[in-house]
Design a protein around this ligand. Structure first.
Ligand code: HEM
Length: 520
């Protein structure tokens, strides 16, 4: 090889080395910029805008502080009469389920800034702030946080809003059918156990509401062909993979740290998509000339789709996933916490049985007249009180789409908002000294706000344009299931129950809800 050739080669090698060097340097600069410089600048901007909050440490933000375990005395049920039981169990759950928010709000007030990795969040438990941020034109400048949207993409997809209209009659039938199957099983257990049996009510109710949403979404036949059950099981597994508390939401590159969980969620997401695509395709094929799309939620969606929107199959799949998850978990938890509180307060079981007798009568529940269900006022107060003390949906999130001024503060574009519903529901400034007591009658004269001192202090279904679309369906399901439960059974808390509510996307009893069930 002559000298000229050697020289040429060394120039090429040098070129490659410098290109690689520039690439590595570029990546390092990008990482440093996104992990440290950009969040530190954003932090300074927020501080200048008047926000206080716990000092973050990038790239984790405040996550290490949030993951610190807080020792809590776990309340156990004493094996004595029910009045005694209620004394042992605290409903003051904010410091238990959100210990860090409870601690920080004592230091920084009801609005402050904290960081999930490099994502800034404004914590809000001040209803006046919520009112100002959702008023008028400003309301349109809020979206859903990108950090959670990306995070939950395998579960909710990118889309996911649906309007449910009419069809309540067919859906009520689906609810009664699923509830009756569960209650008949309970009856059999009681019959073979001297009319007294311990049942893990949370587990049973969650399965039942999953079956209800499968039937109301895809028609009653779905429970026979296994697809509904498979979708439910896979969604549940995906929930576990996605929301394990160890995950570092908002931390750059955390996907790579939790690669196994991310991959597992992705795989489950694809499998669920395949099942849903096959359900949608076979429904489309069966529509036929009479244009009958079916009386379930999928039917409503397809009917609507043929007239107005033109959603792709991928978008329809996303809608189904949103419904399937949003539609059973929260309702199951509302019913579970209701039975927990009713077990502690047997006098309320009696009030409700009396009301059911007066409004519905003693015969079978007549499903062709659902207007009666709306007349169950005390049951309505109870639902509100349960959602206040044990909010099935513990928070509501938004993200600023542009710089937004709220009162004195400017919220920079991209900032996430975390409205702490548990915090507001347990705030004695809003509810008075009996805030942590179970008192459904507080909703008697003020059905919507239960005497809360601020009209935006009680938001179980969210607020503004993004409010829960399933609230009417859920109220119907709640009442139908409770009528069926209370007219057949009585409930007492099992001595094995451990009171340890915790957040796993929703607010759930960590160790389930074992109740002693007996025939009325
Ligand atoms: C006790 C029962 C329920 C509670 C407490 C509840 C609560 C909520 C809350 C707080 C939100 C957020 C609203 C906001 O951002 O302002 C929401 C959204 C939503 N809910 Fe519900 N919900 C319940 C039942 C249901 C049911 C039965 C369905 C469906 C049939 C449903 C479907 C949805 C959907 C589709 C969204 C919007 C999701 C999104 O935009 O990401 N919910 N719900």
């Amino acid at each position: 090889m002559d000298f000229a050739e050697l020289y040429k080669r060394s120039i090429v090698v040098q070129g490659v080395v410098s290109a690689v060097g520039i690439l590595i340097l570029g990546s390092v600069v990008t990482v440093i910029y996104s992990c440290w410089i950009s969040p530190v600048l954003a932090h300074q901007k927020l501080k200048k805008n008047g926000f206080k909050g716990p000092p973050p440490c990038f790239p984790l933000g405040n996550i290490s502080d949030m993951r610190k375990k807080v020792a809590h005395k776990k309340s156990k049920v004493l094996p004595s009469d029910n009045h005694h039981q209620s004394l042992e169990i605290t409903h003051d759950i904010h410091p238990i389920v959100f210990p860090y928010f409870s601690r920080w709000s004592r230091l920084y007030g009801k609005v402050f800034i904290y960081w999930l990795g490099t994502e800034p969040f404004v914590y809000v438990s001040d209803p006046e702030f919520v009112k100002q941020m959702s008023s008028g034109v400003m309301g349109k400048s809020w979206g859903k946080p990108r950090v959670f949207k990306d995070d939950r993409k395998p579960m909710f997809g990118n889309h996911g809003l649906l309007m449910v209209e009419g069809q309540d009659w067919a859906m009520a039938n689906a609810m009664v059918d699923s509830a009756t199957i569960m209650l008949d099983q309970w009856s059999n257990m009681l019959d073979s156990n001297n009319n007294k049996h311990e049942i893990d009510v949370e587990n049973n109710i969650t399965k039942m509401t999953a079956e209800i949403i499968a039937r109301t979404s895809f028609g009653s036949n779905i429970v026979n062909d296994d697809n509904g059950r498979k979708v439910f099981e896979k969604l549940r597994a995906m929930q576990l993979a996605l929301f394990k508390s160890t995950r570092l939401v908002g931390v750059p590159f955390s996907k790579f740290i939790y690669q196994n969980q991310t991959q597992e969620a992705k795989k489950l997401g694809q499998e669920i998509d395949e099942i849903l695509v096959s359900i949608i395709q076979s429904r489309k094929e069966s529509i036929g000339n009479n244009n009958d799309h079916g009386k379930d939620l999928l039917g409503i969606m397809l009917h609507d789709n043929s007239k107005n929107k033109k959603l792709s199959v991928e978008e329809l799949v996303d809608e189904c996933k949103t419904l399937f998850f949003s539609g059973h978990e929260t309702t199951a938890l509302a019913l579970t916490w209701t039975l927990f509180l009713l077990a502690l307060h047997p006098e309320w079981q009696n009030h409700l049985r009396e009301e059911i007798k007066q409004v519905i009568g003693e015969g079978e529940l007549l499903l062709n007249d659902l207007t009666n269900i709306r007349k169950l006022k005390k049951m309505g107060w109870l639902m509100n009180e349960v959602l206040r003390l044990y909010s099935a949906a513990p928070n509501v999130q938004r993200q600023a789409r542009e710089d937004i001024q709220v009162g004195e503060l400017i919220i920079p574009s991209g900032t996430n908002i975390w409205v702490d519903l548990v915090g507001m529901n347990h705030d004695s400034d809003l509810w008075g000294n009996d805030v942590n007591e179970f008192k459904p009658e507080r909703f008697k004269d003020d059905t919507l706000h239960g005497g809360c001192k601020h009209k935006m202090g009680y938001l179980p279904f969210g607020f503004g344009g993004r409010m829960c679309i399933g609230r009417n369906l859920t109220i119907m399901e709640y009442k139908i299931v409770l009528i069926l439960l209370l007219t057949r059974f009585t409930f007492t808390l099992s001595p094995s129950y451990i009171h340890s509510p915790a957040i796993m996307l929703s607010l759930r009893p960590t160790n389930g809800l074992p109740l002693i069930v007996q025939h009325v």
